[in-house]
Design a protein around this ligand. Sequence first.
Ligand SMILES: Nc1ncnc2c1ncn2[C@@H]1O[C@H](COP(=O)(O)OP(=O)(O)OP(=O)(O)O)[C@@H](O)[C@H]1O
Ligand SMILES: Nc1ccn([C@@H]2O[C@H](COP(=O)(O)O)[C@@H](O)[C@H]2O)c(=O)n1
Length: 226
Amino acid sequence: MHLSVRQKDSLMRHGVAISIDGPSASGKTSLAYALASRLGTRVLDTGLTYRAVAYAASRGPLPPDGRLFDVLRHELAAPGARPALPAVVYHGEDITDAIWSAEVEQQLRFISADPAWRRDITDHHRAIIGGHERMIVVGRDCATTLMTNADCHVFLTAMEAVRRERRRAQYRTQPERAVNVGPVTRLDDITREHVSRQPRGLVLDTTFLPTPAAVRAVLHHLGECR
Ligand SMILES: Nc1ncnc2c1ncn2[C@@H]1O[C@H](COP(=O)(O)OP(=O)(O)OP(=O)(O)O)[C@@H](O)[C@H]1O
Ligand SMILES: Nc1ccn([C@@H]2O[C@H](COP(=O)(O)O)[C@@H](O)[C@H]2O)c(=O)n1
C-alpha cells in the first residue's frame, strides 16, 4: 500500500484535493493532519468555523448580515508537521480554546441545524477554498457540497461505542472540553452514501484501523485514482 516515489513526487508537485467526512471521533482530523504532513497540503477544518459561529452566538448579538466573517478569522493549517489546532480569532480575541466549551457545544446544535447559517458558512468556506483549491477539507458535507471535484473523497466511520471511548480518553486531561459524540446522523448517512457511489470515493471503518493504516489506504487509493 505505498505510492511510488514518482507518484508521491507528482502529488507533492501538483498538489492534491481531498475531502474527508465522517461522524465525531471517527478520526477525520487525525487523518487530515497526517496526510497533510505527508503531502505538504493545507487543511481546512470546517468544524472549527461552526464552533466559532456558535461561540459568537453565545457571546451576544451577532454582527449584522454578512459581517460576521469580517470579524471572525479561521486560519488554514499550514503544511508540515501536525500543528496545534489552527488559531480561530473573533474580534481580535484568540478563541481557539474557548470554542470547545459546553456552552458552545449547546449553541452548535442550533447553528448546524439552521439552513441559513449552513449556507453562510458554506459560502465562507468556498471563498477560502477558492484561493487554495489543492487542500484537504474536513467536516460533514465536504464531498457533497464543498469539494465535489476532489481527487479523492474519504468517508470515515467507526462504531459509536469506540468513538465515544476515544473522545473520553482524549479529553481525560481536558475536563473543560465538552464534546458530544452521538450516533451517526442523517447528514452522515447521506454523505456516506454519496462517497460510496463515487469512483474516487473511499469509505474506511477506523474501528480497528489506526491512523497510519488509514493514511496508507488513502495514499494507495490516490495512486489508483490518478
Ligand atoms: N484510527 C484511529 N484509531 C484509534 N484512535 C483514533 C483514530 N483516529 C483518531 N483517533 C483518536 O480519536 C480521537 C478523535 O480523533 P479526531 O479528532 O481525529 O476525530 P474527528 O473525526 O476529527 O472528530 P470531530 O469531528 O469530533 O472533530 C483522538 O483522540 C484521536 O487520537
Ligand atoms: N462541515 C461541517 C462541519 C461541522 N459541522 C457541525 O459542527 C460541529 C462541530 O464540528 P467538529 O468537527 O468540531 O465536531 C459538528 O458536530 C457538526 O454539528 C457541520 O454541520 N458541518
